[in-house]
Design a protein around this ligand. Structure first.
Ligand SMILES: C[S@@+](CC[C@H](N)C(=O)[O-])C[C@H]1O[C@@H](n2cnc3c(N)ncnc32)[C@H](O)[C@@H]1O
Length: 409
């Protein structure tokens, strides 16, 4: 991830922005430059940043021409006053943004007043670049370890808030992104036997129990069981003689699911706290494994399928609803889809998904259902041009919800 921040003199605002962004993640390559670079970085900007523990004293003003032949993920202009013209940048740029700030070095008055102006602009830069980082970068540079923490945090928030609020789409991974509608993929369970509306947080992307060939008396494991929606539907099929185990790594979800099971008075539906990649259950115990819109969130999908294989009895099977991609989607489209609907950033290509299932030893693999997820044009056009949209539509590439079935030999 390469980011260039531009201003005229490259002596304070762009330097402070560079300092903040770099302090948020050392894996991003952040540079700043100007069209008329000053001889040295502004000492008051250095001082203001030091007050927040960020040392930018080693940064030096550079001319923008130095960076023209490179490819940039983001070029961000930060000049703001009416008397300023933002530098035009003609290099290869995937995303352009303007976040304007007043120039504190224009401040006239006492030394104290000028220092406070630097602090004011510094704080504004910090707020805006924190927001930019959370909204645009975190997904793109995430690694498997913190991905799980993010997923847990997101689903804790969802578990703790009301269903109405989830549907009004203002939960967000970082609690700051409004507009994420986690219910966009979900289907209506209203007419399904065993349905319990309190357990349905609208987080699924299919109805796996419909295709799962569950029989009375079966033992069923639901991976990423959330508030227990599919577990209670499975319970209606397995009856009193069967057993249902819901597994989820988010404590708040397990708590909610247990409360729901208690209200329903079931003693053969159990919820376990744990990770799919290392299930706290013995080998060969399940007749059927189901899951609804979860494996797309698991960074190591190979491990997840290996675990599913382990816990299934011989001749047992799974039926899983999930999100996959087909064809090459522009990266900005994926990011926008994630902001719009969640559950997309960890999704992999459908072919790769099915190949992982096969490599894990499963047989009789079948896609039982497939449905394209349509992101409205007006949303996509925020990030791609009209021509790119037409190309994208012609390409047949897209985001799909699928239901995959396979058997353990
Ligand atoms: C999109 S929600 C789906 C919840 C539920 N299946 C439903 O349809 O309502 C994803 C759930 O999977 C859980 N989850 C995600 N990754 C997991 C993992 N690696 N191990 C266990 N649970 C996981 C989350 O905590 C969350 O409750």
């Amino acid at each position: 991830m390469k980011i260039l921040i531009l201003c005229t003199g490259n002596s304070c605002r762009s330097q402070m922005a560079q300092g903040f962004l770099q302090s948020l993640d050392k894996n991003i390559q952040v540079f700043s430059a100007g069209t008329e670079p000053a001889k040295q970085i502004n000492s008051k900007a250095v001082q203001a940043m030091l007050e927040l523990g960020i040392d930018i004293s080693k940064q030096i003003p550079k001319h923008v021409d130095q960076f023209r032949n490179e490819t940039w993920d983001y070029v961000i202009t930060v000049c703001g006053g009416a008397n300023e013209t933002c530098p035009a940048f003609f290099g290869t740029v995937k995303n352009r943004l303007h976040i304007g700030f007043e120039d504190p070095s224009d401040a006239v008055g006492t030394e104290e007043f000028i220092r406070n102006e630097f602090r004011r602009v510094r704080d504004e830069i910090k707020i805006e670049f924190d927001k930019f980082y959370l909204k645009n970068l975190k997904f793109a540079i995430i690694n498997p370890e913190n991905l799980k923490l993010i997923v847990k945090k997101k689903y804790s928030e969802i578990a703790l808030q009301s269903k109405e609020k989830t549907e009004s789409s203002c939960c967000g991974v970082e609690s700051s992104c409004c507009g994420v509608d986690y219910t966009i993929f979900s289907e209506s369970y209203e007419k399904i036997q065993g349905y319990n509306s309190e357990a349905d947080l609208g987080l699924g992307c299919g109805i796996p129990t419909t295709y799962a060939k569950i029989n009375k008396g079966n033992t069923v494991i639901d991976l990423g069981s959330g508030a227990g929606n599919d577990c209670f539907v499975a319970r209606a099929i397995v009856g009193d003689e069967g057993k249902v185990i819901g597994l989820d790594m988010t404590e708040a979800m397990i708590k909610k699911a247990v409360e729901n099971a208690d209200k329903l008075g079931f003693d053969n539906v159990h919820f376990l706290l744990g990770e799919i990649e290392k299930m706290p259950v013995s080998d060969n115990i399940a007749d059927v494994v189901i899951s609804n819109c979860v494996l797309n969130l698991v960074p190591d999908k190979q491990k997840a399928f290996a675990e599913i294989y382990r816990v299934l009895k011989c001749q047992g099977h799974f039926s899983i609803s999930d999100i996959v991609l087909n064809g090459k989607l522009p990266s900005s489209t994926l990011k926008e889809a994630e902001m719009y609907a969640g559950c997309v950033s960890g999704a992999i290509q459908k072919d790769e998904y099915l190949s992982l299932v096969q490599k894990s030893g499963f047989i009789n693999i079948a896609v039982q259902k497939e449905k394209q997820i349509i992101i409205p044009d007006e949303i996509l056009l925020n990030y791609i041009t009209n021509d790119e949209l037409i190309e994208f539509k012609k390409s047949n590439a897209g985001i799909f919800s699928i239901n995959v079935y396979a058997e353990k030999p």
